[in-house]
Design a protein around this ligand. Structure first.
Ligand SMILES: CC(C)(COP(=O)(O)OP(=O)(O)OC[C@H]1O[C@@H](n2cnc3c(N)ncnc32)[C@H](O)[C@@H]1O)[C@@H](O)C(=O)NCCC(=O)NCCS
Ligand SMILES: Nc1ncnc2c1ncn2[C@@H]1O[C@H](COP(=O)(O)OP(=O)(O)OP(=O)(O)O)[C@@H](O)[C@H]1O
Length: 232
């Protein structure tokens, strides 16, 4: 199975792109969705967050007050690091299980929508990296419009992520989302076609003979690491 990491900056259009992949029947694993599931009341991560940040960040129904917690962590790097250290391992574990499930089901492609793919180093574990890009000005406008947030709050979220130019350096495919949604859809169709061609027929051999799958994944990931080290 070809595992594809989809990333970009906040509000550059990852969800809009991943929705189109899902529409084409390509299994999608969304890190933002998993990051919500792993902090539901009763989970280990939930208990750790409440123990660290206090009950003030809870709503009356016991769920996390996400906007409130967002205000806390996007204005304080140490607190954000603490939250990340609680949530990210739980998200990574959930992701591995989902990838395994899709692989067992015999899928050819699988898309991981991970906003922090580069920041947390998960790009090293995928077969292709797609970066959804738009200019910083458009990104801020779309973020403020979607979240109904102020320029200050939107900029704080933007500042919590690596500049998009650093992510572009690691991209196998770049999707430019500076235009209309219909421009975006055309690029996504081309991208899916290319990925299907690149996955070819070998994924089937890897699926039928798992040792070959594991060996070829190890070779491909090592080769990609080698190429990245040569580019530095
Ligand atoms: C701080 C929280 C509670 C705010 O929740 P809220 O519902 O307002 O935002 P949501 O989770 O939908 O995230 C929206 C976008 O913010 C950006 N973002 C979220 N968390 C982070 C982070 N820790 N660092 C940088 N950017 C982040 C991503 O681009 C994401 O797509 C939440 O984002 C969170 O728990 N973050 C830590 C976990 C995380 O890193 N999630 C991102 C994917 S693993
Ligand atoms: N080409 C476009 N033209 C106009 N609006 C767009 C376009 N693409 C996406 N949007 C809008 O911009 C906002 C951000 O897009 P989207 O939610 O897909 O970004 P995202 O990268 O998934 O964000 P996040 O990092 O928060 O998960 C949404 O309101 C979406 O409808």
């Amino acid at each position: 199975m070809l595992v594809i990491g989809l990333t970009g900056g906040i509000a550059t259009g990852k969800s809009t792109v991943s929705a189109q992949f899902a529409k084409q029947g390509i299994p999608l694993i969304d890190a933002d969705v998993l990051a919500r599931q792993v902090v539901e009341p009763g989970t280990r991560a939930y208990k750790q967050i409440v123990a660290h940040f206090g009950p003030d960040i809870l709503r009356e129904d016991g769920y996390l007050d996400r906007p409130k917690l967002g205000q806390v962590v996007f204005s304080d790097e140490q607190k954000r690091k603490k939250l990340n250290s609680i949530v990210h391992p739980a998200v990574s574990r959930a992701m591995v299980w989902q990838v395994l499930k899709y692989w067992l089901a015999g899928h050819k492609l699988c898309l991981l929508d991970i906003p922090l793919l580069v920041e947390v180093g998960l790009y090293k574990w995928v077969g292709k990296v797609i970066v959804v890009y738009c200019s910083k000005e458009i990104q801020l406008q779309r973020l403020m419009a979607r979240d109904k947030s102020t320029a200050e709050a939107a900029s704080a979220r933007l500042a919590a992520q690596l500049p998009i130019v650093d992510k572009l350096k690691l991209a196998d495919q770049v999707i430019d989302n500076s235009g209309t949604v219909s421009d975006l859809q055309k690029q996504v169709s081309t991208s899916i076609q290319k990925l299907n061609e690149e996955a070819g027929w070998f994924w089937m051999v890897s699926w039928i003979l798992p040792p070959i799958g594991i060996a070829s994944a190890a070779v491909i990931l090592s080769w990609r690491a080698f190429i990245r080290s040569r580019r530095k």
